[in-house]
Design a protein around this ligand. Structure first.
Ligand SMILES: [Zn+2]
Length: 495
């Protein structure tokens, strides 16, 4: 076989003959991927192995490093671990690693045991006054204790949820700097008591972050055309991100549907800023009457369980769900304009790096786990190349989180793999550490691996779950200041 390199080595598994897209190693070609002991052993034109080696045919498929979702929701609502549906829902879409953007770590671990689907999962503690943080607008000392306690319980940091439980700008800035001081992850759904969950909230970010570091969550949520036309909001969002480039990490999701809560107060007014914005966007009053009409008209949907998954229902059925929950129900509105999603997914800086680091789902237990599928639609459309798609879905997220063994197929990297059918854009199989966790849209594993920081190791050990320790000093969030060129350097590093 002239010209074809043959490597004979010992493999546990060979994924044979797919189009391997591994931008970190400059590979975009038909290759075999050899796995040994849960790690990538070799990627080559032809790998041979004894007959006993498991060989999976991937011809006609795309083989990419596993999708890392930097914004998911996996914790079970209300602490009911039997309702941790997000693991299965997210794994079914082809994701292999996820950051849960807001829950309680013990709840996440229990949910992973009860309904896990084999993924690697890290979580943030969401800051809800009088629930997870003892006071409104917490003082620095209170924040300090809340952050360190969250880390000890296995969270990798905290999430500020300005769209639901906004703090004053002062308490928000204090939370960012206190989290930074402990090198805890800190994500921000923008909005303070002075602004909202829209472009006005995003405009506050540079002042709030100062010289610090911040994960600005779902940029698409602030480019829905609430303040300016969507395209102008995208332009301004890019300038805001650029003004603190190197200090911020960001993601955006591609689903039209958002997630919110329909809770109303005693006077019949919709409480949460995000839900108010959804109603305002179509001219509905921000009252219980407006909400009811939006559901009846089919504009809003309610989330209900069906067969161990969460699905959307609308019309009278949605009204019944919302009323049965005394208005405190999870709802969804199609408020994310496609042009904003497109722009945020594809725009780059002059040096070739993406302006928004990653494509996320903001899904999990919310039925919009379309990151892979929609990104593949952008590839089919010609808006992203295959290597660019993999950068947004896997490589950049791995660097964001400091998961240096993921996001690429360098020998020694974790054998986390997502296999995609380029015809449908859907993932047909995914593997974590060389083990199949999803096949043909069905999960094939349970449990999962808990990703914690060194501070959370004791909690992870006590949980009995498999765990891995992350080093956030290696993340883009906390990595030492790098020039844009260095940051964009596509050299895989393996530890
Ligand atoms: Zn979210």
């Amino acid at each position: 076989m002239c010209g074809v390199k043959t490597t004979l080595a010992s493999f546990d598994l060979i994924v044979r003959g797919g189009r391997v897209v591994d931008p970190a190693n400059g590979v975009d070609a038909v290759r075999d991927v050899g796995v040994r002991l849960g790690r990538i052993e070799a990627v080559s034109e032809r790998l041979d192995a004894p007959r006993t080696t498991l060989v999976m045919d991937a011809s006609g498929r795309v083989i990419m490093p596993g999708h890392i979702d930097t914004h998911a929701h996996l914790s079970s609502p209300g602490g009911n671990v039997d309702r941790a549906f997000g693991h299965v829902m997210l794994a079914e879409s082809g994701t292999t690693t996820a950051l849960d953007l807001g829950g309680e770590p013990a709840n996440l671990a229990a949910g992973m045991k009860a309904r896990g689907a084999g993924m690697n999962v890290a979580c943030l503690l969401q800051l809800v006054p009088h629930k997870t943080v003892p006071e409104d607008d917490p003082r620095p000392a209170v924040i300090r204790d809340t952050v360190s306690s969250a880390m000890n319980r296995g969270a990798i940091g905290v999430k500020l949820i300005g769209g639901y439980h906004p703090f004053t700008p002062e308490a928000t800035a204090d939370t960012i700097s206190e989290a930074n001081a402990q090198q805890a992850w800190v994500a921000f759904h923008v909005g303070t008591k002075d602004t909202g969950s829209d472009l006005t909230g995003l405009r506050e970010v540079p002042a709030l972050v100062g010289g610090g570091r911040l994960h600005v969550a779902h940029i698409n949520s602030y480019t829905r055309g609430m303040v300016l036309p969507p395209d102008e909001e995208c332009r301004e969002a890019f300038l805001i991100l650029e003004s603190k480039r190197g200090q911020l990490v960001s993601e955006a999701y591609l689903a039209q549907a958002n997630g919110t809560n329909g809770k109303c107060d005693e006077d019949g007014n919709v409480i949460y800023n995000v839900a108010q914005n959804c109603l305002k966007a179509r001219g509905y009053p921000t009252t219980d009457k407006g909400m009811r009409q939006a559901l009846i008209d089919g504009y809003g949907s309610a989330l209900v369980e069906r067969g161990g998954r969460i699905v959307l229902v609308t019309g009278e059925e949605a009204v019944r769900v919302w009323q049965a929950a005394k208005t405190d129900a999870s709802l969804s509105f199609p408020v994310n304009p496609a042009p904003s999603a497109f722009t945020l997914a594809t725009e780059k800086y002059a040096d070739g790096e993406f302006r928004v680091d990653a494509i996320s789902t903001d899904g999990g237990s919310l039925p919009r786990n379309v990151a892979i599928e929609r990104t593949m639609a952008l590839v089919a459309f010609g808006a992203l190349s295959w290597p660019d798609a993999v950068k947004k879905l896997s490589w950049n997220p791995s660097r964001m989180l400091g998961l240096l063994n993921k996001g690429h197929f360098t020998p020694g990297a974790d054998a986390d793999i997502t296999i995609v059918d380029p015809g449908t854009g859907r993932a047909t199989m995914s593997l974590v550490s060389g083990k199949v966790i999803m096949k043909d849209g069905r999960t094939a594993a349970d449990g999962g691996t808990w990703l914690v920081t060194g501070q959370g190791e004791a909690a992870a050990k006590a949980s009995g779950l498999p765990y891995q320790v992350m080093d956030l000093s290696k993340s883009w969030l906390y990595g030492k200041p790098l020039s844009p060129n260095e940051r964009g350097r596509v050299r895989a590093e393996v530890t």
